[in-house]
Write a protein that binds this ligand. Structure first.
Ligand code: ZN
Length: 228
């Protein structure tokens, strides 16, 4: 441990996020290795070891859901560095994340602070060694091969774990490499969803103005009143 041992964790956040930023390799190789491993083991927002419930955003980053709730509840974001505020600015409501299922947090026998996350479908530990996805409809985490194999002719695709129907827009890569084909696909996916007026979790965006062309039912009028 260095001389900084007494400082609070906020400082760690800043240095760690610096090292990850833009996928640039930090001059210190050890730092790079730590960052690569930590994205599979630590909450991206708080850098705390991952603990259930775990959630993910449209970029496939992993978070402790409780930390996202704290983030959302903090209106002025005073407890967060400017860098964190920039990096997580797209997370504005719970609809911007999906709670993940069918995973388990495994604690290291020697050091309980060391955790890894296991995908129960196939029993693999989440890491960069294998590609993983989750489905926004059900939150199930799956090895990528488990969903790509299902791509064949069947018009309706179903989660191999829980049988929920889904389509390509419901599939999110977990921790894709920066500037990879997968991370580009995720950006294209969220652009498409926004055009379709949908949140990351598939729920409709709440529109401020309602269209006059339809929806004159008593129910819609009631909704209109209640939103004003
Ligand atoms: Zn499922």
């Amino acid at each position: 441990m260095g001389g900084d041992g007494g400082t609070i964790t906020k400082k760690t956040h800043i240095t760690l996020h610096n090292s990850i930023k833009d996928g640039k390799v930090a001059p210190d190789d050890n730092r790079k290795a730590f960052s690569d491993a930590s994205i599979w083991q630590c909450c991206r927002l708080s850098n705390k070891p991952l603990q259930e419930p775990i959630a993910s955003d449209y970029k496939g980053r992993l978070f402790n859901k409780i930390e996202i709730v704290k983030w959302l509840l903090s209106k002025d974001k005073q407890g967060y560095s400017q860098e964190q505020q920039d990096e997580f600015k797209d997370i504005k409501r719970l609809d911007d994340i999906v709670e993940l299922h069918d995973i388990s947090v495994v604690h290291d026998e020697k050091n309980s602070n060391e955790v890894s996350v296991r995908c129960n479908f196939g029993e693999d530990i989440l890491s960069e060694n294998k590609a993983f996805v989750y489905l926004t409809k059900c939150g199930c985490v799956l090895p990528k091969v488990a969903v790509s194999q299902k791509k064949t002719s069947v018009p309706e695709r179903r989660c191999p774990n829980c049988n929920t129907a889904y389509d390509d827009l419901d599939t999110v890569f977990i921790n894709p490499a920066n500037a990879s084909k997968e991370s580009t696909q995720l950006e294209e996916r969220i652009t498409k969803l926004r055009e379709m007026k949908l949140h990351h979790n598939g729920k409709p965006l709440k529109l401020k103005k309602r269209s006059k062309t339809k929806d004159q039912s008593p129910e819609s009028k009631r909704q209109k009143k209640s939103t004003i």
